[in-house]
Design a protein around this ligand. Sequence first.
Ligand code: 1GP
Length: 248
Amino acid sequence: MNVERYLMDKIRKEKVHLTLIDPAKQEPLKAGEIAEKIEDSGSDGIMIGGSTNITNKIMDETILKIKERSSLPVMIFPSGISSISRHADAIFFMSMLNSSSREFLIDHQVMASRAIKIMNIEPISMAYLVVEPGMTVGKVGKAILIKRDDMDSAVSYALAAQYFGFHFVYLEAGSGAPEPVPESMVKAVKNEIGIPLIVGGGIRDPEKAMKLAEAGADVIVTGTLVERSDNYDEIIRKIVNSIKNVKY
Ligand code: 1GP
């Protein structure tokens, strides 16, 4: 499967929902169960990754269990070279454009590129922008956080990403953020760019997801809620339904 084509075909028709599974947060068996349930709830794909305690072994084992229970594409959401697994369908080949450290801008990517080629994992180019509060990923990635009211910076970074040739822009508030990226920022960025916009961090209910989709998010990512709620499959079903009804 060509995952980027799968995503683009969907994005042309409707809003897309991706579920982030952090392999460090549960046993592989449980991750498999989550994958099956969220597929049933209508989620369109699985991102796998986390900011801390990620090893190649835990990635491999988790992806294999996910693959046993779900046919959704599995995309690595990497934090470094230890996130790489030959069992994934694709990897978001991303640069945190507002990192103050070249490590997250280019060094990890240089270290990983040949392994990705040898393992035949599809790279999907993505610019990653971390907005306040940024949470763990903001700290680990040494981000110069985009302020929540700084539309100018958000738009300028996103346009720079497009001009560099990145295929996707991700506006990230940080996993577990109390509030997602402001709708006004999503709108401002979407108005100026011509590449798909992914929004994640702090999205936990259908109303918020719908508002962000209406503001212009092409892809909505939710992660933490599968860890925090027993009825996550119902919540994800509602989120998926709320964004799929949003028309362009
Ligand atoms: C992580 O933005 C995603 O990149 C998910 O965030 O865990 O808050 O849903 P949550």
